[in-house]
Design a protein around this ligand. Sequence first.
Ligand SMILES: C[S@@+](CC[C@H](N)C(=O)[O-])C[C@H]1O[C@@H](n2cnc3c(N)ncnc32)[C@H](O)[C@@H]1O
Length: 290
Amino acid sequence: MEKLKGIKAYIDALHKKNGPDYDDYDTIVSLLEKTGPEEIDFIREQLKPVLNPNTLFGFSYTKPFGYNGDFFIIEKMYQQYVNPDKKYSKWDQFAHRLPVVIAVVNRKKLAIQILQDYHNRAAGIEKKVLILGSGPVSEVFEFLSENPESPLQFDLLDLDDRAIKYAKDKTRKFQHKLTFYNKNVIRFTPENSYDLIWSAGLFDYFKDKHFVFLLKKFYQHLNQGGEIMFGNLNVENPSRKIMEILGDWFLYYRSEEDLIKFAIQAGVPEDKIEVTREPLGINLFLRVRK
Ligand SMILES: C[S@@+](CC[C@H](N)C(=O)[O-])C[C@H]1O[C@@H](n2cnc3c(N)ncnc32)[C@H](O)[C@@H]1O
C-alpha cells in the first residue's frame, strides 16, 4: 500500500511538470524494473493521461494499427518525432532516449551500410535484394537517395497494405527499382532468387519453429555467394520492462546461441553462420551465407 502511494506521488509529480526531465529517466526505468505483475495496472492507470496515441508510449500501448511495431511508429522513431504539445513532448523525448529506440535507429544505419557494401561490390552489375517486413522502407529510401543509379533492385514485402501504400508514396521517384508485395511472409514463395535477403523487426514476432521454417525457405532462394540477415532483439534488452509495461509491447527475445541453433536446424552449414549486432548489441542479426 505504501509502495503504491509512493508510486502515485512520483507519477503525479511527473504530470505536474508535463513529464520526465532527463534526470528522471533512470528513476523511471528502475521503478518499472522493480514493478511486480500486480502493480502494472495501477501504474498504467496513473499514466493514463499520456498513454494515448499522442505519445510514442501511448501509440504502442493503444495500437491504432491493431498491432505492435507498425510502420508508423517505426517511422516516428527514425524521424525522432516529438509531439509539439507540451503535455506530451517530454514523454516523447524520453522515449527517444531509450536504448531500444536508439538500437532501432542503429539497425537502419546498419542496413544502409550493408546496402552500400553490396552496391560497391556490385560494380554496376544488377543485384537483387529482398526485404521482409519492409515497413516504412526508410533504409532503402535513404540508400537510393544517396545512390540513385545503384544496380541494386529491391523486392519489398509487407503484410500491412497501409505500410505498402505509405512506402510506395514515399519511394515514388525510385519506383523503377522497387517491386512491392503485399503478402504474409509465411505464405510468400518468391519467384526470384536473391543476393541479399534482409529483415529487421519481424522475426521477434515469430515462434522458434516459424523462424526456422522461414530461414530454410528463404535460404533456398539465396544466390550462391549471397547472404541472409535476419534481425531479432537480444534477450539482453535493457528497455524490455518499460516496453512491456508502458507500451504493452511483447516480443520473442533471442540470444546469439538461439540464432545459431536456428540456422543449424534450418540446415545451414556451420561455417556459413555468424551473428552480427548493431553498436548497442540490442539488435542481433543472424547472418548466413551461401
Ligand atoms: C517493426 S516493423 C519493421 C519495419 C522495417 N523492417 C524496419 O526495420 O524499419 C515490422 C513490419 O513487418 C510487417 N509484418 C508483420 N508481420 C508480417 C508478416 N507475417 N508478413 C509480412 N510482414 C509482416 C509489419 O506490417 C511491419 O511493417
